[in-house]
Design a protein around this ligand. Structure first.
Ligand SMILES: Cc1cc2nc3c(=O)[nH]c(=O)nc-3n(C[C@H](O)[C@H](O)[C@H](O)COP(=O)(O)OP(=O)(O)OC[C@H]3O[C@@H](n4cnc5c(N)ncnc54)[C@H](O)[C@@H]3O)c2cc1C
Length: 427
């Protein structure tokens, strides 16, 4: 079978891997110059490892991607980094039930209540009834207003802004249930892992065309992908096509989709992300916190993630690498701001956390993506885009089909494997 795959992110690469393993003739196209998609990495000249443009790690229960790494003989590091919250201008480690019970900014009764609700989320396997409930309605009622307002409301505001009212409790459930105290990371970074997977696909006789933009997909008399490469436009025929782009982009690429399908799928929304990555010659979070949630609804920063408090700074020429992370709706004016304007906006807040950081700043870069996180409203299970599209032999497998879990490369591997089976008529 001759298969064309659009996107060399982890969904496209995984599908390509499983299809070529079974001897199918696969060609993958990506408009970017390197594989990896949203988990794409970059590497400074003096670094041994690459770094993701947007912070990435795996949970130790991300079984699909961890077993793929094992299958590919790829080394994965597992450590237990520290997760903390920044509340009332102070740091508190908050990554275990004991920490919750010891959290000094709430009365003991509120801590017990919060621990109970988090336990309920973690040990309850039934997510379906939760998707009928709004997270921001349920949490203050059950966990108590004080705990909600101190810790969770600022996080909802900083991540989802006004759209927090749409988020279903199933999304919150997934975040709590799936999180593991220890985290995993591929040796050399996600870019190296993506390249390793890409090389395996090539070994299995697959082809990968980078810097190649797909401009449209057709499935009338023939199933075709139209590409633009080096200013040249070309049409290539396939037996089957797999699209791995977010749904909105698929709707733009595909010709002759029925109106009701377009209308239904156009309702799916998502948030973009902006990550400002700082290279410093000293630590930013001196208490060794890897992930710092900013529990302040007036903060211009959602979270600070010090990658080198997770992976050793020796892989980055002893530099300390820190993400200043934010999510915004794709039409938010922040996407039009320059790198300097973005740093200027965050700077007073960053100085509150580490007053001397500017003296230690080697350089910074800003990475933006218009689609980073699907918006998961109530009853999302009824909105998930189907894998089979109205176009014959054209399949869709993307980040918006990941549910009830929150998006992640682990599910890209799972989805890639499932869609590959479907294309081979194995399910
Ligand atoms: C801020 C942030 C933090 C995250 N944190 C984590 C984490 O800690 N752990 C984790 O596992 N996951 C994390 N994720 C999620 C993870 O990156 C995604 O779930 C996963 O990479 C999605 O893979 P995909 O292949 O489905 O889609 P994508 O990665 O989006 O791949 C789609 C590919 O299609 C290409 N493309 C788009 N349009 C065209 C076109 N017209 N022609 C050709 N190619 C095209 C793109 O260049 C891209 O490579 C994070 C994501 C973000 C943004």
């Amino acid at each position: 079978m001759k298969v064309g795959i659009i996107g060399a992110g982890f969904t496209g690469l995984s599908a390509g891997y499983y299809l070529t393993k079974e001897g199918h003739d696969v060609t993958i196209f990506d408009r970017d110059g390197v594989p990896g998609g949203l988990a794409i990495g970059f590497q400074e000249k003096n670094w041994e490892w690459s770094l993701e443009k947007h912070y990435h790690h795996w949970f130790t229960n991300d079984r699909s991607i961890l077993s793929l790494a094992r299958e590919l003989n790829y080394k994965v590091f597992i450590t237990r980094p520290k997760t903390s919250v920044y509340v009332d201008g102070k740091f508190f480690q908050l990554d275990s039930p004991l920490n919750v019970l010891q959290f000094p900014r709430l009365p003991i009764f509120d801590r017990i209540r919060m621990a109970f609700v988090l336990g309920l989320m973690r040990y309850n396997p039934f997510w379906k009834p939760l998707e009928k409930i709004r997270a921001v309605d349920f949490l203050p009622k059950v966990m108590g207003k004080r705990a909600y307002e101190k810790l969770w409301e600022p996080l909802f505001i900083n991540k989802f802004g006004d759209r927090r009212h749409d988020i279903s409790l199933a999304w919150f459930w997934a975040r709590v249930r799936k999180r593991t105290p220890s985290l995993a990371y591929p040796q050399g970074g996600f870019l190296k892992f993506a390249n390793h997977l890409a090389n395996r696909i090539k070994k299995q006789k697959g082809k990968i065309f980078l810097n190649t933009e797909v401009i449209s997909v057709e499935s009338d008399k023939e199933t075709k992908i139209n590409i633009k490469r080096n200013l040249e436009i070309k049409s290539i025929k396939f037996d089957k096509i797999l699209v791995t782009l977010p749904t909105f982009f698929f709707l733009k690429l595909a010709k002759n989709l029925p109106g009701d399908y377009v209308k239904r799928l156009s309702k799916l929304e998502g948030f973009g992300a902006i990550n400002l990555v700082m290279r410093l010659d000293r630590k930013f979070l001196n208490d060794n916190t890897y992930w710092l949630n900013i529990c302040d609804k007036n903060s211009p920063v959602m979270a600070v993630v010090e990658h080198t408090n997770f992976m050793n700074s020796k892989y980055y020429d002893r530099e300390h690498v820190v993400y200043v992370a934010n999510y915004f709706l794709p039409n938010d004016p922040h996407f039009k701001m320059t790198d300097n304007e973005l740093l200027k906006e965050c700077d007073p807040y960053l100085k509150k956390i580490n007053s001397k950081y500017r003296e230690n700043l080697i350089s910074y870069s800003v990475f933006r993506t218009p689609f980073a996180q699907p918006l998961i409203p109530m009853n999302y299970s009824k909105m998930i885009p189907p894998i089979e599209t109205p176009l014959k032999n054209v399949y869709l497998s993307n980040i918006q089909q990941v549910y009830p879990w929150d998006r992640g490369t682990n599910y890209s591997v799972e989805n890639g494997r499932e869609v590959a089976k479907m294309m081979m008529n194995l399910v």
